[in-house]
Write a protein that binds this ligand. Structure first.
Ligand code: GRF
Length: 206
């Protein structure tokens, strides 16, 4: 059983899928913290029925509703967080957090990295770019987080045929379905100690 901190900025459908897998006994993890860069994050509503601590973090603006990243680190330590999951968190993770959790922060990206990633490539911007390039496949990527946006080593990817789609929204829908399976799969592999890095490559044991 591992303890998770899930970082979110939006609606939280990936957070929901993680909680669903935990509830159905398929994922040996516990969501101890939900962290957002907003105070009124829609995903906070998703977890209202669970007794999960919700925290708003800010590295610039601080009032009593926000904690600093230093305070957050203390809270994460107290909650014995094993893995940080970025599930639609739109702010860059400060370097000091990346250093404190080496290979223990993962992110889900709604495209096949290293294409269509980096600063500004989030949400509908990704799917519009994929659509306008006339890509015939897209997909989701789960990767380790390093100091650069969408740059860390890739842990898992799944592709989907988009040769027949007629809009970026259609791509978003197909990719989201994949995301909801891929992220819990990787978290589960982490929980079962099945993720190794060898010869510069990440492997998930079968
Ligand atoms: C997902 O598409 C994820 O890949 C990206 O942000 C989106 C978050 O969606 N990083 P949700 O809030 O989990 O519904």
């Amino acid at each position: 059983m591992i303890n998770l901190a899930v970082f979110v900025s939006g609606r939280g459908s990936n957070l929901k899928s993680i909680l669903h897998e935990i509830e159905s006994g398929k994922l040996g993890a516990s969501v101890r913290l939900v962290v957002s860069n907003k105070t009124a994050c829609p995903a906070f509503k998703t977890v209202r029925k669970y007794s999960i601590k919700c925290i708003s973090v800010s590295d610039t603006y601080r009032n009593e509703s926000y904690v600093s990243y230093n305070d957050l680190l203390d809270i994460m330590k107290a909650e014995e967080i094993d893995l940080v999951v970025l599930a639609g968190f739109l702010k860059k993770i400060p370097d000091m957090l990346v250093e404190k959790y080496p290979n223990k922060i993962i992110n889900i990206h709604p495209a096949l990295l290293p294409s269509f990633g980096g600063k500004g490539m989030y949400g509908k911007h990704v799917h519009e770019a994929v659509f306008n390039k006339s890509c015939q496949v897209s997909g989701a990527t789960v990767h380790f987080v390093d100091r650069v946006y969408d740059n860390g080593k890739i842990i898992a990817q799944e592709a989907v045929d988009i040769s027949r789609v007629e809009s970026p929204e259609e791509i978003a829908q197909s990719v989201l379905k994949i995301e909801h399976k891929l992220l819990p799969f990787v978290i589960n592999a982490f929980a079962e100690n099945k993720i190794t890095i060898k010869n510069n490559r990440v492997m998930i044991e079968k």
